[in-house]
Write a protein that binds this ligand. Structure first.
Ligand SMILES: [Zn+2]
Length: 103
């Protein structure tokens, strides 16, 4: 096996600050194939994803500038907006349930 097999999971770029981070340091917002928009804590929902830093400051920027609706090409639903507002206000990292970092 010549190739390096233990490649790290590739980073994702935050749509607000354009920083590339590990997936677990980001919030994934996904537009599903049937057109719903939701926060995808587990990173498993199929669809078009946009990522935000999990520390809340980028949720604030994204909300203020409408970045997510632009990235996903749909308006941000009120529940997702409300959730991001809460995270922006808390400005705290999100603790996610699944430990999926060891691929
Ligand atoms: Zn960011």
């Amino acid at each position: 096996m010549g190739r390096v097999a233990d490649r790290r999971a590739p980073g994702r770029t935050c749509v607000a600050c354009r920083t590339t981070r590990e997936k677990r340091d980001l919030i994934r917002v996904v537009r599903t194939p049937d057109g719903r928009v939701l926060l995808d804590a587990g990173g498993r929902v199929a669809g078009r994803g946009a990522y935000l830093c999990a520390d809340g400051s980028c949720a604030r920027i994204a909300l203020d500038k409408g970045i997510l609706s632009r990235a996903l090409r749909v308006p941000l639903p009120d529940d997702v907006r409300g959730e991001l507002e809460r995270r922006a206000a808390d400005d705290e990292p999100i603790i996610q349930g699944g430990a999926r970092g060891q691929e």
